[in-house]
Design a protein around this ligand. Structure first.
Ligand SMILES: C[S@@+](CC[C@H](N)C(=O)[O-])C[C@H]1O[C@@H](n2cnc3c(N)ncnc32)[C@H](O)[C@@H]1O
Length: 206
């Protein structure tokens, strides 16, 4: 399967202004949430659907040790290019234009995969979960996070333009149930009007 060109173009067009949608208050909240739900991450971390790299400093602050080998992956090259603008730590993140359904990464090569504000855009969620499970090392962390619940997300996307108007996310308990089928245990499953979090751990043996 190739990258969905319509969706790629949709996000390419949003890329110049994407950073502005994350003001200081929002970034402080995101930092607090990561401190709470992913207090420590080991590199290499994959930021899947990284967009313009707003998470780079947040992930950097949570790393137990510095690393040059983290990855920001996205279908939108324009988004990824934005992430090089004004980020002093950008060099710690390798940019990878890739689709979450087909990750060009080796088996068991990562310690954490972060999916922040991207899961509704995956058309085949089970396929993405299988890919994340494949690239994570045993004991590796997967974090799925949004700043609203599935009702809010689904309503938002329904109005957001043709390329994404059918993008949906399931209730957190439903997605968590699917996650269990891919060799994970769920450590956190929380959903309320302004938050959606699933933290899962790749099992040592499947
Ligand atoms: C709502 S934006 C979030 C970006 C970033 N995580 C943030 O919170 O600022 C969703 C991002 O996911 C990317 N994306 C959509 N479908 C994708 C896929 N199948 N594989 C990888 N990235 C994808 C888009 O290009 C876009 O940059």
């Amino acid at each position: 399967m190739e990258i969905n060109p319509e969706k790629q173009l949709f996000f390419d067009r949003l890329s110049p202004d994407w950073d502005y949608s994350h003001d200081q208050v929002k970034m402080q909240r995101i930092s607090r949430l990561f401190r709470k739900y992913a207090p420590q991450m080991d590199a290499p971390v994959l930021d899947l659907g990284a967009g313009s790299g707003v998470l780079m400093p947040v992930i950097h602050d949570r790393l137990s040790s510095g690393s040059q080998f983290n990855i920001s992956a996205d279908i939108s090259l324009s988004m990824l290019q934005q992430s090089r603008v004004g980020q002093t730590i950008a060099g710690q993140f390798n940019l990878l234009q890739a689709d979450g359904h087909f990750l060009p990464l080796r088996d068991a090569s990562l310690n954490a995969v972060v999916c922040f504000q991207v899961f509704p855009h995956f058309e085949h969620k089970d396929q993405v979960l299988a890919e994340i499970s494949r690239v994570l090392r045993p004991g590796g962390l997967m974090l799925v996070m949004h700043l609203m619940d599935h009702h809010g997300l689904n309503a938002l996307h329904a109005e957001a333009g043709r390329a994404v108007c059918n993008d949906r996310i399931w209730p957190a308990t439903t997605l968590a149930g699917h996650i269990l089928q891919y060799g994970f245990k769920n450590e956190v499953v929380e959903e309320k009007s302004d938050l959606y979090v699933i933290r899962s751990r790749r099992l040592e043996t499947v």
